[in-house]
Design a protein around this ligand. Structure first.
Ligand code: G3I
Ligand code: 9MR
Length: 558
């Protein structure tokens, strides 16, 4: 069964870099000793003793930890404890994450709107083009003097948000930002990567070509008349499970919102500096991005309370955040970093927004992350007091996560309240913050804790499953992803992070034929297409997977 609890010994089913921290979880009543053996020969490669038993509140299980970090010889292994079935196999290898790094980024290509995916790029996942979005209606909620009722605009390309076919600026903001931040922090990991996308080859890294596909769409969501940005481009209701080319309901841009303007302002400011060194390949683009960012910022400053309100005739995702201080702070920080203008720094400081684990509706942490990146750049001097402030802020959050990690029975930083819609991404966004702290303070524990968060999504969890399609011994097979559900291929599109356990079970009605096995936070998951609240995929969840895998590759030194 898709959601069976799996082997009693839980570990990262993909594997580890040789110098990585390496932990497994065993039941509390297991025998004391454990052996890591060569998977082919059965020869012991490492022996150790389990730690003391303790309970992990999010699952209620009592468990003990096996630490085999010292095993750094490349190979293929499994872990054995007398009286229990052996663990899943895993590798220790320098390239343990190469395939995962590529697939988690290529997933964005697979979700491109408005283009056919050719067999030479998409293999068996090739498909026809859908959603050209060159004729999009302006919804009644979005009309303006320059664009009255019945106006049609063109806003092609972009990525589908998730398992649905709609495009939402708010969620595109954090997703695109996170990919570009990964490039900025770890360019060496992406420089040589060949994803086999249409733009592969040449001087531009594939990550930047892939992100441009979405940035171009985002730019088209801005009304040139006033700088305002539409909240989303969507059908009126969610489409059924058909391939893109057969999902042809009319598409609309809906309401200009403050959150959308600020997301665009933040990402375009960031992108203007990221694409500047590639100006030869993107002529005029960095300048156009910065202009768009300034115009969106000006619009948001004039309309600070244009909260998104879902119109009565619209039923697709709302991404309706009411608290916008963090969006203002994020956009101000990005504009400050891009321009050096003190007015933006003051606007950032004035909001008094603290760092936190990022999510689509809480983006203050992204501002601090960008400032942390700036602080570690040799070419831009940051005033001492500001650098200290950034370090304190990041360490405040990351330090708390680190403490939770070190006392946790499962050795992960997640607590019960972290099991929300998209919990797998909470784990990875926590890891992203731990990585920021490590980059600033160099204390190895922070990197080890980040590794643990990746271990969690790849199998060291109470359901003993990988939450990434195509990776690990028991990956999700029935994600709520319209393409994967409609393409007639058994294996879902690879490289996607499934939402993960969510006791909110907001989809229980739609899953009545396949009830959740449990209400316990870390167990509340079903590998079934019905489950959009625990088994959908989304661009903002995949982006921190790309980030964390790149970070571990760049920072785990052997
Ligand atoms: O804000 C409350 C918080 O106060 C409360 O403590 C908490 C308790 O569960 O709930 C919080 O609200 C949640 C909200 O997300 C903010 O995190 C809601 O319960 C929860 O239902 C809501 O889920 C969102 C979901 O859309 C439904 O709106 C997810 O975060 C969001 O990732 C998801 O996004 C969807 C898009 O709408 C459509 N496309 C697919 C995408 C992924 O499923
Ligand atoms: O398929 C939709 C998914 O992409 C969204 O994340 C989710 C929450 O907004 O909604 C899904 O659509 C469901 C709708 O909300 C209720 N009826 C069943 C739909 C799923 O087939």
């Amino acid at each position: 069964a898709g959601d069976a609890a799996g082997p009693a010994i839980r570990l990262n089913q993909v594997g580890y870099l040789p110098a990585a921290h390496k932990l497994a979880v065993a039941p509390a009543d297991a025998a004391d000793g454990f052996v890591v053996e060569d998977a082919a020969t059965g020869e012991p490669a490492f022996t150790g003793k389990l730690g003391v038993a303790s309970t992990w509140p999010p699952s209620g299980q009592r468990v003990r930890i096996a630490d085999f970090s010292a095993l750094d010889a490349p190979g293929r292994y499994r872990l054995r404890i007398r009286g229990l079935p052996p663990s899943d196999e895993f590798v220790v290898a320098d390239d343990a994450y190469a395939a995962l790094a590529a697939a988690s980024l290529k997933a964005f290509y697979f979700n491109r709107a408005g283009t056919a995916l050719e067999p030479r790029h998409a293999g068996r996942y090739a498909r026809a083009a859908g959603h050209p979005d060159d004729v999009v209606r302006v919804h009644a909620s979005a009309t303006s003097e320059s664009r009255p009722e019945d106006t049609e605009i063109s806003a092609p390309k972009g990525w589908y948000d998730a398992g649905d076919y709609n495009k939402y600026i708010v969620n595109s903001g954090i997703a695109t930002y996170t990919l570009l931040a990964a490039w900025e922090a770890f360019p060496q990991v992406f420089a040589a990567q060949d994803l086999g996308i249409p733009e592969s080859g040449g001087d531009v890294p594939d990550l930047l070509d892939e992100a441009w596909w979405n940035l171009e769409w985002m730019l088209a969501m801005q009304d040139p008349a006033d700088g305002g940005v539409y909240h989303k481009l969507t059908t009126l209701q969610f489409a059924g499970f058909a391939m893109p080319e057969r999902a042809r309901e009319p598409r609309y841009v809906v309401q200009k919102s403050t959150a959308a303007a600020l997301n665009l302002a933040a990402v375009m400011a960031q992108a203007s500096r990221v694409y500047a060194p590639f100006e030869a390949h993107f002529p005029g683009v960095p300048e156009r991005m910065l202009k768009a960012s300034r115009a969106a910022w000006a619009w948001a400053s004039k309309h600070p309370d244009a909260v998104y309100r879902q119109p009565d005739d619209v039923g697709t995702g709302a991404y309706g955040d009411q608290a916008l201080d963090d969006e203002f702070a994020w956009a101000a920080a990005e504009l400050y970093i891009a321009t050096g203008e003190e007015a933006f720094r003051d606007a950032f400081v004035a909001r008094g927004v603290e760092a936190g684990v990022p999510s689509w509706n809480s983006v203050g942490g992204l501002a601090w992350m960008s400032l942390a990146s700036l602080a570690s750049r040799p070419d831009r001097r940051m005033p001492h007091a500001m650098r200290e402030r950034v370090e304190r802020e990041i360490d405040g959050v990351a330090g708390e996560l680190l403490r939770e990690w070190s006392r946790s029975a499962y050795r992960v930083a997640m607590g019960g309240p972290d099991f929300v819609w998209g919990s797998s991404a909470v784990a990875l966004n926590q890891a992203m913050l731990l990585v920021q702290a490590y980059r600033l303070n160099g204390q190895r524990d922070y990197l080890d804790a980040a590794q643990s968060q990746l271990d969690y999504v790849l199998g060291r969890n109470p359901l003993a499953r990988s939450y990434v399609t195509g990776f690990g011994a028991r990956p999700p097979m029935h994600v709520h992803h319209r393409v994967s559900g409609a393409d007639g291929i058994v294996d879902p599109v690879p490289g996607w992070l499934a939402g993960g356990p969510n006791p909110g079970q907001q989809d229980a009605k739609d899953c009545s034929g396949r009830p959740y096995p449990s209400k316990v936070p870390a167990l509340s998951y079903i590998d079934d297409v019905c489950s959009y609240a625990s088994n959908e995929v989304a661009i903002n969840w995949n982006a921190p997977l790309v980030y964390v895998v790149a970070a571990l590759q760049a920072l785990t030194e052997s």
